[in-house]
Design a protein around this ligand. Structure first.
Ligand SMILES: [Zn+2]
Length: 64
């Protein structure tokens, strides 16, 4: 009985969370503002701001 209840709760929770959980690690992703310096054609730099969803799977490749 306990197992069935747990499963039902998980299904219910999965339906409530709208895509903010990582399918790989199951952690809730953290919205982060990523700022990169981009060199323009004129040789000057500008900042490119990008919103990313961070979790354990991609924080290393995004943050370096
Ligand atoms: Zn992940």
């Amino acid at each position: 009985m306990a197992k069935q209840t747990d499963f039902a709760d998980k299904v219910k929770k999965a339906g409530q969370d709208k895509g903010n959980k990582c399918p790989k690690c199951g952690a809730v992703k953290t919205p982060t503002l990523l700022v990169q310096s981009v060199r323009s054609a004129h040789g000057s730099y500008r900042f490119n701001r990008q919103r990313v969803q961070l979790c354990k799977c991609n924080e290393k490749e995004i943050l370096g």
